[in-house]
Design a protein around this ligand. Sequence first.
Ligand code: CAA
Length: 258
Amino acid sequence: MAYQTITVEIEDYVALIRLNRPEALNALNSQLVGELAGALSEADRNDKVRCIVLTGSEKAFAAGADIKEMAGKTYVEAYTGDLFGADFDRITATRKPVIAAVSGYALGGGCELAMACDFIICADNAKFGQPEINLGVMAGIGGTQRLTRFVGKSKAMDMHLTGRFMDAAEAERSGLVSRVVPATKLVAEALAVAKKIAEKSQIALLAAKEAVNRAYETTLREGLLSERRSFQALFATEDQKEGMAAFLEKREPQFRDR
Ligand code: CAA
């Protein structure tokens, strides 16, 4: 499939998806969001993909929703056109693991896109922010919900109400990102992490991702029960037998996704 606003490369069971609108610092317009949703569902269906890395350029992961495209919209157009609704839901419906590799600006919708991935590895030059308040609006693709769950109410309020940016060190301290690496090594590091993930049992990966996401979507009691059932269900797989046998026999496991 040919895309105009993103590029996709697949190697060693990892899909590297790059946002590619350098002239607009990868601002998310409807074409980019549609193409990204399409690429992620294709990656989900592709047997040659077991993990996905989503990145931008060194200057910007994405500087937000495309302000030029949005500026003239009326409420009726935003509502009836479901602005950042269904296509973004398709992005978050990706079942395979997705790592956001963030360098430079991740602002507004860019920060929200990174948070919609499974975890974020960022470069030491990364800047996160929800500056929508400076445009007379507010976050609209999950920022008020996801940022609050990542960093807590106080810092999330601070970010959303002042529109200030958070640097990489603060993002790591606050739990927004899992690791910070030098900017020049970001993509290589994210691909190395993705390759490690791609070696695991895919059944166990999908189940673990689903279970962690449940922590956000349900009560602790329901989440614990669901986790327990998924954990128990994995004993029906050959990969569980192989993984545990390999540990006991002091060798590397050979997972076969069965
Ligand atoms: N939408 C459209 N175009 C954008 C853009 C955006 N979000 N962000 C940057 N651009 C464009 C600029 O207009 C500029 O294009 P021109 O050369 O044609 O003028 C080009 O990208 C380069 O940007 P700058 O010249 O501004 O670069 P800079 O280095 O001086 O500043 C920046 C970088 C601080 C990121 C600045 O571009 C900026 O503040 N961008 C907007 C950030 C923002 O407000 N994001 C929130 C958007 S709203 C949103 O996301 C809503 C939501 O939750 C759904």
